[in-house]
Design a protein around this ligand. Structure first.
Ligand code: KIV
Length: 268
C-alpha cells in the first residue's frame, strides 16, 4: 500500500505531544525524493526558488507558473511529507479573488496539500478567504522576504517593543483567521517563545531560535549548494558544492586526457 502523507492534523498532534516538526524547502524531483525518504515532515516549495534556484536578488520576480512547475516536481518526488507551496508576490495581495484562485491553482495544478503566504493582521482576511475554500494555509510573519523594500533589507524584526507587540498581534490574527501553522522568520528567540506559547497552532522557526515547535531551512543553504548567501541562522550540514565541483573537474580532466569514455562505456 502507498505510504500516507503527513497531514495538518499530524502537525497539530506533534505540537501537542512536544515532537519537533522538521521542514525543508525543495524545488525539484530528486531533492524532494531524497528528503522524503530521509524522513522530513514537511516540504516547503518556497518562493526562495527565485533566489537560490533562479539566481534573482529577491523573491519578488517569482511567478505563479514557476511555483506550479516546481510544486508539481516536488509532489512527484515525495510520498510521505506534507507539501506546502508558497503563494508568490502579487498572487494574493491585490484582491481576494486572485488569492483564492491562485491558492486553488497550487492545490489543483501543483498538487500541494497546503499553501503559505506572508503577512499578519494585514492578510487575515485573505487567510480567512482561502481557508473558507478548505485550503489549509500556513502563515509567515517577522522577516517576510516579499516585504524587503519596506523593511529596508533582510533585517531581524521585532527587536523594538512596539514591533514585538505587533508581531504577537499578527500571530494571533493569523491563527484566528484559520491558519494551521505559522512560520516565524528572523525574530529574537524570546519573542518566538512568547508567540509559540500564545498560539495553539505550531510555529515553525527560521532564524527564530529553539523555542519554536519546528524548524525550516532552505535546502541549498544546509547543503552548501548556494555560496552566494550564508545567513547567521544557517547550519551547513554538507558541502555539496565541493562534491559537484570535484566531480566536474575530474570529468573535464578525463575528457581532455582521453581517459573517458573507456572501453566499458563504449559500444562494439
Ligand atoms: O521561501 C521560502 O523558502 C520560505 C522559507 C525560508 C520559510 O519562505
Amino acid at each position: 500500500m502507498e505510504p500516507k502523507r503527513k497531514t495538518i492534523l499530524a502537525l497539530r498532534k506533534m505540537k501537542a505531544e512536544g515532537e519537533k516538526i522538521s521542514v525543508l524547502t525543495a524545488y525539484d524531483y530528486p531533492l524532494a525524493r531524497i528528503m522524503d525518504e530521509a524522513g522530513i515532515d514537511v516540504i516547503l516549495v518556497g518562493d526562495s526558488v527565485g533566489t537560490v534556484f533562479s539566481g534573482h536578488d529577491t523573491t519578488l520576480p517569482v511567478t505563479m507558473e514557476e511555483m506550479i512547475y516546481h510544486t508539481r516536481a516536488v509532489v512527484r518526488g515525495s510520498r510521505r511529507a506534507l507539501v506546502v507551496a508558497d503563494l508568490p508576490f502579487l498572487s494574493y495581495q491585490v484582491d481576494l479573488r486572485d488569492a483564492r484562485l491562485n491558492a486553488g491553482r497550487l492545490i489543483k495544478e501543483g498538487g500541494a496539500q497546503a499553501v503559505k503566504l506572508e503577512g499578519g493582521e494585514n492578510q487575515a482576511e485573505t487567510i480567512r478567504a482561502i481557508t473558507a475554500m478548505d485550503i489549509p494555509v500556513m502563515g509567515h510573519i517577522g522577516l517576510t522576504p516579499q516585504s524587503v523594500h519596506r523593511m529596508g533589507g533582510y533585517l531581524v524584526q521585532g527587536r523594538q517593543e512596539a514591533q514585538a507587540r505587533q508581531l504577537l498581534a499578527d500571530a494571533q490574527a493569523v491563527e484566528a483567521a484559520g491558519a494551521f501553522a505559522l512560520v516565524l522568520e528572523g525574530i529574537p528567540r524570546y519573542l518566538a517563545r512568547d508567540i509559540t506559547n500564545a498560539v495553539s497552532i505550531p510555529t515553525i522557526g527560521i532564524g527564530a531560535g529553539v523555542y519554536c515547535d519546528g524548524q525550516v531551512l532552505v535546502i541549498h543553504d544546509i547543503l552548501g549548494l548556494c555560496e552566494k548567501y550564508s545567513p547567521k541562522f544557517v547550519k551547513k550540514y554538507a558541502d555539496v558544492s565541493g562534491v559537484i565541483r570535484g566531480g566536474v573537474e575530474a570529468y573535464v580532466r578525463e575528457v581532455k586526457d582521453a581517459l573517458f569514455p573507456a572501453a566499458e562505456h563504449s559500444f562494439d
